[in-house]
Ligand binder design. Structure first.
Ligand code: UDP
Length: 404
């Protein structure tokens, strides 16, 4: 696993020196992250790297996961969709299920951190255990247009926190507590993002029986309706009328997402009988995701709603040309026609894919600009600095924090 020093060639010595100074200021404090799944999805992806790096910087960091049964995760998935503005029928019983499981977690989860850092709505009710310690609620969801009932229900918890953290300015809400805007990040040296030897990339393509004889268009995402996999297939079929290319639609499921299996079946059904569409149920294997991203000529992320969209940052870091929906945190990453192409519809996506496949020089330039943009704004080193400054600000709310 990469050490903090290993990032110096990418971000420079002074950036790492700043991180070490901040780490020293936080000595003696225990930071406890709590979320609802150890694997799958962006939150787990970030914590998997954030936690060991904070420890290496001298910050005593823990990560705990709440428990919940199938019914609880069905409810929290409905909440997730409703917060993203999707129509969901949420019953009184759903709120009761959420409250019952939350109560069990309140009884069983030890909230020992000096700072308890709660991620997303699933563990939000743990705030009832707030004592003299500090509590942060980190919202990874696009809540710019949430369902009022669900948001109102969550507000009763949110107002008890010391502060809330959102990924993008458009997601912030009117709240009586402090708000911080901290976008997520990717780790350039993780198995997911590091450079791979060509043999490794080829081996992964062989494993999934994908030949390199025609351009590859890829979307990698959990099989979730909000990632619009059926729309991706439709956009691809429109492109395929004009350009001989192939589609990879690859993804796994997350432990806290009960809808994944059904969506996967629907996607298989729609793609069957088309040899140019590869539907892949991925194991949890970062090298495979990495290899498929490197191997692609165009990456697509046709989400209907998106929190941040780590897959976009991952693709841009690999200097891939990306076509992605203009939703959630994606426009923070893609400046249209500069670091990728934004789209608003199936037709728009197919037009943009055709444009990139037909103009390799233009596609290459967008990819290179994208990599630079991610390097300057969305690497884990920037994220670590923001989080450590946030932690310190809870203890010194009125002060300017000097790094030297
Ligand atoms: N991912 C993965 N395997 C998969 C599908 C997704 O490792 O089969 C990773 C993906 O590379 C990214 C994260 O899961 O790092 C998804 O984060 P994103 O913000 O794109 O979407 P979320 O799943 O959180 O909605």
């Amino acid at each position: 696993m990469a050490k903090v020093e290993d990032y110096i060639p990418i971000v420079g010595q002074s950036c790492i020196d700043d991180l070490r100074l901040l780490g020293e200021r936080l000595k003696g404090k225990v930071i406890q992250h709590i979320n609802s799944t150890p694997v799958g999805g962006g939150v787990a992806e970030i914590l998997n790297r954030m936690v060991p790096m904070l420890r290496e910087l001298g910050v005593d960091t823990k990560w705990d996961v709440i428990k919940g049964g199938e019914q609880f995760f069905e409810v929290t998935k409905k909440f997730h969709n409703a917060l993203h503005g999707r129509a969901e029928e949420i019953t009184k019983r759903d709120f009761e299920i959420f409250t019952e499981t939350s109560q069990q977690n309140i009884e069983n989860v030890n909230t020992y951190g000096d700072i308890v850092f709660i991620h997303d709505p699933q563990p939000i009710a743990l705030i009832k255990k707030k004592a003299a310690n500090k509590w942060l609620w980190r919202c990874h969801v696009d809540v710019s247009n949430p369902n009022d009932r669900v948001w109102g229900f969550l507000m009763d918890f949110i107002v008890q926190y010391d502060a809330a953290v959102f990924s993008a300015p458009a997601f912030s809400r009117k709240l009586p507590i402090g708000q911080f805007l901290i976008p997520p990040s990717i780790d350039p040296l993780s198995d997911k993002n590091k450079e791979l030897p060509q043999q490794t990339i080829d081996a992964v393509l062989r494993k999934y029986d994908i030949k390199k004889d025609k351009p590859i268009v890829t979307q990698i995402s959990r099989f979730d309706r909000l990632k619009d996999p059926l729309g991706v297939i439709e956009a691809f079929l429109q492109v395929r009328k004009y350009i001989n290319c192939q589609l990879i639609l690859a993804g796994g499921t997350a432990e806290d997402d009960p809808e994944g299996v059904k969506v996967f079946e629907d996607v298989q059904e729609k793609a069957k009988a088309n040899k140019d569409i590869h539907i892949i149920l991925l194991p949890h294997n970062d090298i495979e995701v990495n290899a498929l991203q490197w191997a692609s000529d165009v990456i697509i992320q046709k989400s209907i709603k998106e929190g941040f969209g780590l897959t976009v940052a991952e693709a841009l870091w690999k200097a891939r040309p990306v076509v992605a929906s203009n939703v959630g945190g994606i426009p923070l990453q893609i400046k249209h026609k500069y670091s990728g192409l934004l789209c608003h519809s199936i037709e728009g996506a197919s037009f943009a894919i055709k444009q990139l496949l037909g103009s390799p020089g233009y596609a290459k330039r967008l990819g290179e600009n994208g990599r630079e943009h991610i390097k300057n704004n969305f690497l884990i080193t920037r994220h670590l600095r923001d989080y450590m400054l946030l932690f310190l600000s809870l203890y010194y709310p009125e002060d300017v924090i000097y790094l030297c």
